[in-house]
Design a protein around this ligand. Sequence first.
Ligand SMILES: Nc1ncnc2c1ncn2[C@@H]1O[C@H](COP(=O)(O)OP(=O)(O)OP(=O)(O)O)[C@@H](O)[C@H]1O
Length: 308
Amino acid sequence: MIEVESLVKTFGDVAAVDGISFSVQKGEIFAFLGPNGAGKSTTVQMLTTLVRPTEGKARVNGFDVVKQEKDVRLSIGVALQETGIDKVLTGRELLVLQGRLFKMTKQEAEKRAEELLRVVSLTEAADRRSGTYSGGMRRRLDLALTLVHRPTVLFLDEPTTGLDPASRIEIWNEVRRLNEEFGTTIFLTTQYLEEADELADRIAIINHGKIVSEGTAEALKRLVGGETIAMTFRSDQEASAAAALFGHTATGQHVAFELVNHTLMEVVRQLDERSLQPERLTVKQPSLDDVFLKVTGESYEGSVPDVD
Ligand SMILES: Nc1ncnc2c1ncn2[C@@H]1O[C@H](COP(=O)(O)OP(=O)(O)OP(=O)(O)O)[C@@H](O)[C@H]1O
Protein backbone atom coordinates (compact mmCIF):
# COMPACT_ATOMS: atom_id res chain seq x y z
CA MET A 1 0.00 0.00 0.00
CA ILE A 2 2.95 2.29 0.70
CA GLU A 3 6.30 1.85 -1.02
CA VAL A 4 9.13 4.22 -0.33
CA GLU A 5 12.51 4.11 -2.00
CA SER A 6 15.51 6.28 -1.11
CA LEU A 7 13.32 9.24 -0.26
CA VAL A 8 15.12 12.51 0.51
CA LYS A 9 13.92 15.98 1.48
CA THR A 10 16.36 18.77 2.05
CA PHE A 11 15.58 22.28 3.26
CA GLY A 12 18.67 24.34 2.41
CA ASP A 13 21.53 22.49 4.08
CA VAL A 14 19.26 20.44 6.32
CA ALA A 15 18.42 16.91 5.22
CA ALA A 16 15.12 16.57 7.07
CA VAL A 17 14.67 13.12 5.48
CA ASP A 18 17.89 11.53 4.39
CA GLY A 19 17.32 8.54 2.09
CA ILE A 20 14.66 6.34 3.67
CA SER A 21 13.18 3.15 2.21
CA PHE A 22 10.38 1.02 3.58
CA SER A 23 7.06 -0.52 2.64
CA VAL A 24 3.76 -0.94 4.41
CA GLN A 25 1.44 -3.84 3.58
CA LYS A 26 -2.34 -3.72 3.24
CA GLY A 27 -4.10 -3.72 6.60
CA GLU A 28 -0.94 -3.06 8.54
CA ILE A 29 -0.41 -0.47 11.28
CA PHE A 30 3.06 0.94 10.74
CA ALA A 31 4.63 3.39 13.19
CA PHE A 32 7.35 5.89 12.56
CA LEU A 33 8.96 6.49 15.91
CA GLY A 34 11.43 9.21 16.66
CA PRO A 35 12.21 12.31 18.73
CA ASN A 36 11.41 15.92 17.80
CA GLY A 37 12.92 16.97 14.50
CA ALA A 38 13.72 13.41 13.41
CA GLY A 39 11.93 13.86 10.07
CA LYS A 40 8.57 12.25 10.79
CA SER A 41 6.29 15.09 9.71
CA THR A 42 8.32 15.73 6.59
CA THR A 43 7.89 12.07 5.63
CA VAL A 44 4.12 12.24 6.16
CA GLN A 45 3.96 15.44 4.13
CA MET A 46 5.78 13.84 1.21
CA LEU A 47 3.61 10.71 1.30
CA THR A 48 0.45 12.83 1.41
CA THR A 49 1.64 15.05 -1.49
CA LEU A 50 1.90 18.21 0.62
CA VAL A 51 5.66 18.45 0.14
CA ARG A 52 7.61 17.42 -2.94
CA PRO A 53 10.49 15.01 -2.37
CA THR A 54 13.97 16.27 -3.30
CA GLU A 55 14.97 12.78 -4.43
CA GLY A 56 13.66 9.24 -4.38
CA LYS A 57 10.31 7.61 -5.08
CA ALA A 58 7.16 6.91 -3.16
CA ARG A 59 3.91 5.22 -4.12
CA VAL A 60 0.73 5.17 -2.07
CA ASN A 61 -2.08 2.84 -3.14
CA GLY A 62 -0.05 2.24 -6.29
CA PHE A 63 0.00 5.97 -7.19
CA ASP A 64 3.19 7.98 -7.50
CA VAL A 65 3.18 10.85 -4.97
CA VAL A 66 4.64 13.28 -7.52
CA LYS A 67 3.17 12.20 -10.84
CA GLN A 68 -0.26 11.14 -9.60
CA GLU A 69 -0.82 13.37 -6.63
CA LYS A 70 -4.53 13.77 -7.23
CA ASP A 71 -5.11 10.00 -7.19
CA VAL A 72 -3.04 9.73 -4.04
CA ARG A 73 -5.09 12.45 -2.33
CA LEU A 74 -8.43 10.86 -3.17
CA SER A 75 -7.39 7.49 -1.80
CA ILE A 76 -5.99 8.61 1.56
CA GLY A 77 -7.10 10.18 4.82
CA VAL A 78 -4.78 12.55 6.63
CA ALA A 79 -4.85 13.86 10.19
CA LEU A 80 -2.01 16.30 10.70
CA GLN A 81 -0.62 17.51 14.01
CA GLU A 82 -2.67 20.69 14.28
CA THR A 83 -6.36 20.08 13.91
CA GLY A 84 -7.91 22.88 11.95
CA ILE A 85 -11.45 22.08 13.02
CA ASP A 86 -14.03 24.86 12.97
CA LYS A 87 -15.29 25.39 16.52
CA VAL A 88 -18.75 26.80 15.83
CA LEU A 89 -20.20 23.89 13.89
CA THR A 90 -21.26 20.68 15.64
CA GLY A 91 -19.45 17.41 15.11
CA ARG A 92 -22.31 16.14 12.98
CA GLU A 93 -22.42 19.29 10.83
CA LEU A 94 -18.71 19.07 10.16
CA LEU A 95 -18.97 15.45 9.09
CA VAL A 96 -21.90 16.15 6.77
CA LEU A 97 -20.05 19.10 5.27
CA GLN A 98 -17.01 16.93 4.64
CA GLY A 99 -19.20 14.34 2.90
CA ARG A 100 -20.70 17.06 0.70
CA LEU A 101 -17.18 18.21 -0.21
CA PHE A 102 -16.56 14.68 -1.42
CA LYS A 103 -19.66 15.04 -3.60
CA MET A 104 -22.01 12.84 -1.57
CA THR A 105 -25.75 13.56 -1.65
CA LYS A 106 -27.21 15.12 1.50
CA GLN A 107 -28.70 11.76 2.53
CA GLU A 108 -25.48 9.89 1.91
CA ALA A 109 -23.49 12.45 3.85
CA GLU A 110 -25.91 12.30 6.79
CA LYS A 111 -25.81 8.53 6.85
CA ARG A 112 -22.03 8.49 6.73
CA ALA A 113 -21.84 11.09 9.52
CA GLU A 114 -24.06 8.94 11.74
CA GLU A 115 -21.92 5.87 11.08
CA LEU A 116 -18.67 7.67 11.80
CA LEU A 117 -19.98 9.30 14.96
CA ARG A 118 -20.61 5.80 16.21
CA VAL A 119 -17.19 4.56 15.13
CA VAL A 120 -15.39 7.27 17.11
CA SER A 121 -17.87 7.15 20.01
CA LEU A 122 -19.16 10.69 19.58
CA THR A 123 -22.84 9.96 19.01
CA GLU A 124 -23.89 11.63 22.27
CA ALA A 125 -21.83 14.76 21.63
CA ALA A 126 -22.79 14.90 17.94
CA ASP A 127 -25.00 17.96 18.20
CA ARG A 128 -22.76 20.05 20.43
CA ARG A 129 -20.46 22.69 19.00
CA SER A 130 -17.06 21.12 18.47
CA GLY A 131 -15.55 24.07 20.35
CA THR A 132 -16.92 22.52 23.56
CA TYR A 133 -15.16 19.18 22.97
CA SER A 134 -12.18 18.05 25.02
CA GLY A 135 -8.80 17.60 23.32
CA GLY A 136 -9.38 13.87 23.01
CA MET A 137 -12.86 14.32 21.53
CA ARG A 138 -11.52 16.79 18.97
CA ARG A 139 -8.86 14.32 17.88
CA ARG A 140 -11.54 11.64 17.53
CA LEU A 141 -13.66 13.98 15.43
CA ASP A 142 -10.59 14.72 13.36
CA LEU A 143 -10.13 10.98 12.84
CA ALA A 144 -13.77 10.65 11.76
CA LEU A 145 -13.36 13.54 9.31
CA THR A 146 -10.44 11.81 7.65
CA LEU A 147 -12.58 8.71 7.14
CA VAL A 148 -15.60 10.24 5.43
CA HIS A 149 -14.56 9.23 1.90
CA ARG A 150 -13.55 5.71 3.01
CA PRO A 151 -9.80 6.01 2.46
CA THR A 152 -7.87 2.77 2.29
CA VAL A 153 -4.76 4.33 3.79
CA LEU A 154 -4.78 6.64 6.76
CA PHE A 155 -1.93 8.92 7.81
CA LEU A 156 -1.86 10.08 11.40
CA ASP A 157 0.86 12.53 12.35
CA GLU A 158 1.43 12.32 16.10
CA PRO A 159 -2.24 11.60 16.86
CA THR A 160 -1.86 11.84 20.63
CA THR A 161 0.82 14.49 21.20
CA GLY A 162 -0.33 16.85 23.91
CA LEU A 163 -3.21 14.67 25.07
CA ASP A 164 -3.66 13.45 28.64
CA PRO A 165 -3.12 9.71 29.27
CA ALA A 166 -6.84 8.85 29.31
CA SER A 167 -7.46 10.58 25.97
CA ARG A 168 -4.45 8.85 24.48
CA ILE A 169 -5.94 5.48 25.34
CA GLU A 170 -9.25 6.50 23.74
CA ILE A 171 -7.44 7.38 20.52
CA TRP A 172 -5.53 4.11 20.59
CA ASN A 173 -8.81 2.22 20.87
CA GLU A 174 -10.26 4.12 17.91
CA VAL A 175 -7.20 3.52 15.76
CA ARG A 176 -7.32 -0.20 16.52
CA ARG A 177 -11.03 -0.29 15.78
CA LEU A 178 -10.60 1.40 12.40
CA ASN A 179 -7.93 -1.06 11.49
CA GLU A 180 -9.94 -4.08 12.60
CA GLU A 181 -13.40 -3.01 11.40
CA PHE A 182 -12.45 -1.58 8.02
CA GLY A 183 -9.03 -3.09 7.38
CA THR A 184 -7.65 0.43 6.98
CA THR A 185 -3.90 0.55 6.50
CA ILE A 186 -2.47 3.01 8.99
CA PHE A 187 0.78 4.94 8.91
CA LEU A 188 1.31 6.83 12.12
CA THR A 189 4.11 8.87 13.56
CA THR A 190 4.76 9.17 17.23
CA GLN A 191 7.27 10.37 19.78
CA TYR A 192 5.98 7.83 22.27
CA LEU A 193 7.59 4.45 22.49
CA GLU A 194 4.60 3.15 24.38
CA GLU A 195 2.27 4.21 21.58
CA ALA A 196 4.27 2.41 18.90
CA ASP A 197 4.52 -0.63 21.13
CA GLU A 198 0.74 -0.65 21.77
CA LEU A 199 -0.50 -0.07 18.26
CA ALA A 200 1.96 -0.98 15.58
CA ASP A 201 2.44 -4.24 13.74
CA ARG A 202 5.80 -2.90 12.64
CA ILE A 203 7.92 0.02 13.79
CA ALA A 204 10.63 2.02 12.09
CA ILE A 205 12.81 4.14 14.32
CA ILE A 206 13.84 7.38 12.65
CA ASN A 207 16.60 9.66 13.88
CA HIS A 208 18.24 12.60 12.08
CA GLY A 209 16.33 11.77 8.88
CA LYS A 210 17.43 8.15 8.70
CA ILE A 211 15.76 4.87 9.59
CA VAL A 212 18.02 3.35 12.21
CA SER A 213 16.01 0.20 12.90
CA GLU A 214 12.88 -1.54 11.68
CA GLY A 215 10.82 -4.51 12.78
CA THR A 216 8.06 -5.67 15.12
CA ALA A 217 8.23 -4.36 18.68
CA GLU A 218 9.20 -7.87 19.74
CA ALA A 219 11.99 -8.14 17.19
CA LEU A 220 13.32 -4.71 18.13
CA LYS A 221 13.35 -5.65 21.77
CA ARG A 222 15.15 -8.89 20.99
CA LEU A 223 17.94 -6.78 19.48
CA VAL A 224 18.84 -5.61 22.94
CA GLY A 225 18.70 -9.03 24.51
CA GLY A 226 16.28 -10.94 26.67
CA GLU A 227 14.80 -10.46 30.09
CA THR A 228 17.05 -9.54 32.97
CA ILE A 229 16.64 -10.67 36.55
CA ALA A 230 17.71 -8.52 39.47
CA MET A 231 17.85 -9.73 43.07
CA THR A 232 18.86 -8.24 46.39
CA PHE A 233 19.96 -10.46 49.30
CA ARG A 234 20.27 -9.79 53.02
CA SER A 235 24.06 -10.20 52.95
CA ASP A 236 26.96 -10.00 50.52
CA GLN A 237 27.75 -13.65 51.24
CA GLU A 238 24.29 -14.82 50.25
CA ALA A 239 24.44 -12.69 47.12
CA SER A 240 27.82 -14.15 46.13
CA ALA A 241 26.61 -17.69 46.71
CA ALA A 242 23.50 -17.05 44.62
CA ALA A 243 25.43 -15.40 41.79
CA ALA A 244 27.95 -18.25 41.68
CA LEU A 245 25.14 -20.76 41.10
CA PHE A 246 24.51 -19.15 37.72
CA GLY A 247 28.09 -18.33 36.78
CA HIS A 248 27.89 -14.65 37.69
CA THR A 249 29.36 -12.40 40.35
CA ALA A 250 27.50 -10.25 42.85
CA THR A 251 27.88 -6.54 43.46
CA GLY A 252 27.52 -6.21 47.20
CA GLN A 253 24.07 -7.55 48.06
CA HIS A 254 22.90 -7.29 44.45
CA VAL A 255 22.88 -9.84 41.67
CA ALA A 256 21.68 -9.10 38.14
CA PHE A 257 22.04 -11.00 34.90
CA GLU A 258 20.29 -11.67 31.63
CA LEU A 259 18.07 -14.75 31.55
CA VAL A 260 19.83 -16.46 28.67
CA ASN A 261 20.91 -19.85 29.97
CA HIS A 262 18.33 -20.20 32.74
CA THR A 263 14.61 -19.71 32.90
CA LEU A 264 13.12 -17.71 35.72
CA MET A 265 11.66 -20.90 37.21
CA GLU A 266 15.05 -22.61 37.24
CA VAL A 267 16.62 -19.67 39.01
CA VAL A 268 13.92 -19.64 41.65
CA ARG A 269 14.07 -23.42 42.12
CA GLN A 270 17.84 -23.50 42.48
CA LEU A 271 17.82 -20.67 45.00
CA ASP A 272 15.09 -22.40 46.95
CA GLU A 273 16.98 -25.71 47.03
CA ARG A 274 19.88 -23.92 48.74
CA SER A 275 17.62 -21.87 50.98
CA LEU A 276 18.83 -18.65 49.43
CA GLN A 277 15.98 -16.22 49.66
CA PRO A 278 16.29 -12.88 47.93
CA GLU A 279 14.64 -9.95 49.73
CA ARG A 280 13.68 -8.54 46.38
CA LEU A 281 13.43 -10.09 42.95
CA THR A 282 12.42 -8.30 39.76
CA VAL A 283 12.37 -9.38 36.14
CA LYS A 284 12.64 -6.68 33.51
CA GLN A 285 11.65 -6.97 29.87
CA PRO A 286 13.72 -4.90 27.46
CA SER A 287 11.83 -1.74 26.52
CA LEU A 288 11.79 0.27 23.33
CA ASP A 289 13.83 2.84 25.30
CA ASP A 290 16.58 0.26 25.50
CA VAL A 291 16.26 -0.30 21.74
CA PHE A 292 16.51 3.41 20.99
CA LEU A 293 19.61 3.73 23.12
CA LYS A 294 21.16 0.73 21.46
CA VAL A 295 20.51 1.77 17.84
CA THR A 296 21.16 5.50 18.18
CA GLY A 297 23.56 5.68 21.09
CA GLU A 298 21.28 8.38 22.47
CA SER A 299 18.86 8.21 25.33
CA TYR A 300 15.26 8.61 24.25
CA GLU A 301 14.23 10.21 27.51
CA GLY A 302 14.85 13.92 27.60
CA SER A 303 14.30 14.29 23.86
CA VAL A 304 10.55 14.12 24.34
CA PRO A 305 8.45 16.65 26.25
CA ASP A 306 6.13 15.35 28.96
CA VAL A 307 2.48 15.05 28.06
CA ASP A 308 0.97 15.71 31.43
N1 LIG B 1 9.82 23.91 5.96
C1 LIG B 1 11.00 23.67 6.55
N2 LIG B 1 12.04 24.49 6.36
C2 LIG B 1 13.23 24.27 6.93
N3 LIG B 1 13.49 23.22 7.75
C3 LIG B 1 12.49 22.38 8.00
C4 LIG B 1 11.20 22.54 7.42
N4 LIG B 1 10.41 21.53 7.85
C5 LIG B 1 11.16 20.77 8.67
N5 LIG B 1 12.41 21.26 8.75
C6 LIG B 1 13.53 20.68 9.53
O1 LIG B 1 13.65 19.33 9.18
C7 LIG B 1 13.91 18.50 10.32
C8 LIG B 1 12.83 17.43 10.45
O2 LIG B 1 11.60 18.03 10.79
P1 LIG B 1 10.23 17.24 10.96
O3 LIG B 1 9.18 18.24 11.28
O4 LIG B 1 10.02 16.36 9.81
O5 LIG B 1 10.55 16.37 12.23
P2 LIG B 1 9.56 15.55 13.15
O6 LIG B 1 10.22 14.26 13.41
O7 LIG B 1 8.21 15.52 12.58
O8 LIG B 1 9.54 16.39 14.48
P3 LIG B 1 8.30 16.99 15.32
O9 LIG B 1 7.94 15.91 16.25
O10 LIG B 1 8.92 18.16 15.99
O11 LIG B 1 7.24 17.35 14.33
C9 LIG B 1 14.01 19.44 11.49
O12 LIG B 1 15.37 19.74 11.69
C10 LIG B 1 13.25 20.66 11.02
O13 LIG B 1 13.74 21.81 11.66
